[in-house]
Design a protein around this ligand. Structure first.
Ligand code: ZN
Length: 83
């Protein structure tokens, strides 16, 4: 129908890469050297616990930022398709 597909700014693309990094962040297990999701509290391979319950507060802002970035990207993607 229309050829206007350039509605996403380069900055949004950069943010999208950062958001991708947030969601796909993997850390090596200190016990079995396996790559485990950063959100996991314990290693699913060997059961090694990474952090105590006192460090959860540090993860909350990261999750909030990831959600905000996802919303911004979603809005940018929707506006890209709108005329
Ligand atoms: Zn492990």
């Amino acid at each position: 129908m229309s050829g206007k597909a350039q509605g996403v700014h380069p900055l949004l693309a950069l943010i999208a890469e950062n958001s991708h990094w947030f969601f796909m962040a993997l850390i090596p297990c200190p016990s079995c050297k396996s790559r485990v999701s950063k959100q996991a509290a314990s290693c699913p391979h060997c059961g090694h616990q990474f952090k105590a319950s006192g460090s959860i507060n540090l993860s909350d802002p990261v999750h909030v930022i990831g959600v905000i970035l996802a919303i911004i990207i979603a809005i940018g993607a929707v506006m890209a398709f709108l005329p």
